[in-house]
Write a protein that binds this ligand. Sequence first.
Ligand code: ZN
Ligand code: FE
Length: 240
Amino acid sequence: MLILRTIPILQDNYAFLLKCSETGITAIVDPAEEAPVVAAIEAEGGRLDLILITHHHGDHIAAVEPIQQRFGAKVIGAKADAHRLPHLDQAVVEGDIVSVGNARANVIETPGHTIGHIAYHFAQDHILLCGDTLFSLGCGRFLEGTAADMFASLAKFAALSADMLVCCGHEYTQANARFSLHADPGNAALVAFAKHVDELRANGQPTIPSRLGDELACNPFLRAPDVASLARLREAKNKF
Ligand code: ZN
Ligand code: FE
């Protein structure tokens, strides 16, 4: 079984710690700030075996090298982006398996935000590490890929089990909720979810991870019926 810890870093980013409860093998996802990530590793016993990268942006990889050197961890990231990522010990493509002790993740290629973006899907542990592809009540900007790329990537997530914990890269949920309510005001599930988000934030709590089932019911980007609708939503959000 995997133990999951959410680590707030930088302004509004999240790194994640994954620890196999049987073997103690520990991984960090998207370590972009050294001190809080090291503190989280020390709090779980001071062991780090693996670093998993979702994409090449600085707010996801900035501390990979110092943390790798400190703990001697192996680094895993997309083969397609090997030229612009820190040195990879395992360069992965769609369908590859990444092991964290006894836990297994399936690699999902999710272009859109960046071309070489990937997600890690731990089906048995109900954990989806999706970087800046899917946010709670939002999705990443299409910085390198097209609306069609992002639509196909989100469709891969929509097909996963609804009890998946969505571990995304940013705490954008409250701002995303305001836009989502504007885009889909008649959605009662969304109205209730947005209220829950406001309560969490008022208490200083993270909204991440969320549940994929809630995203499927409430997230207008994940619910967009076609590429053109997704493109229109993204444009409207950029101007909101
Ligand atoms: Zn990014
Ligand atoms: Fe980011």
